[in-house]
Design a protein. Sequence first.
Length: 281
Amino acid sequence: MAQIIDGKLVSKKILENLSDEILFLEKKPSLTVIIVGEDPASKIYVNLKKKKAQELGIHSNVIEMPESVSQKELLDKIEELNNDDSVNAVLVQLPLPKHIDTKAVIEKINPIKDVDCFHPYNMGQIATNGKPYVYPCTPKGIIRLLEYYDIPIEGKNAVVIGRSNIVGRPVAQMLLNQNATVTICHSKTKNLDAIVKNADIIISAVGQKNLIKADMVKDGAVVIDVGMNRADDGKLCGDVDFYNVEKKAAFITPVPGGVGPMTICSLMQNTFDLYKIQNGS
Ligand code: NAD
């Protein structure tokens, strides 16, 4: 039976430390989130981020803009935040309405305030094994889980399933930077089963329940499930057939309670790290 990788526990410990550090700061770190439109899921995510920031003593501000906002108005608002020294971290909640050019919006954020690490400067630093201001939240959370459980990365065969800019691509590059041998799989990959079977570390970020089945998993593999799906009974589940894969893996993340809590934890840590960078410490 696999050891469960407890993202709730790890994130709680990290956030407790962070809260202690913030407590002693005279001027608090500050996070500004821009949300455009009325998407209910986005509203829930933004509220969660705001609440978590407040719990930690991070000053948080949510700017709500109407669905009809123009590209220029949104870019001007980001420019204003870029120039506001009291704002350390800027996050634009995605997805944006269709008439807005998401790439232009991301590129408008000053990389030193790019708390999500979506800006090409920061992504490029990761791609070239350089130094981004901060790392993207979910990949950073995954690496921290591996570190916490002393799971070696160097020399291991890591298979990342999913190639999104927010999870698959950056986590693959971060594993490569730590000397794993990395394979990235996606919707056009042939023989997924055989490729996954060769993995010491499996990271699934697809969004398809039961995609990763026990017969695809090598005995003793480390299985990180990023997927967030609804099971037939309506409960949250990942991409991995947890019940059966747990019997073969050495380590496995549950859904919920694995990667999810680490993502918001990384966002808080990134806000604090940007604050420190901007204050020269
Ligand atoms: P996405 O939704 O943008 O893209 C899905 C990826 O899966 C694509 O790269 C696609 O090529 C690949 N894919 C689709 N079908 C496939 C198949 N049959 N075989 C192999 N690859 C296939 O990716 P995303 O935004 O990274 O989200 C992926 C999942 O992770 C979603 O369920 C999302 O909700 C979840 N997620 C969770 C967290 C968290 O904090 N837990 C954070 C981000 C995303």
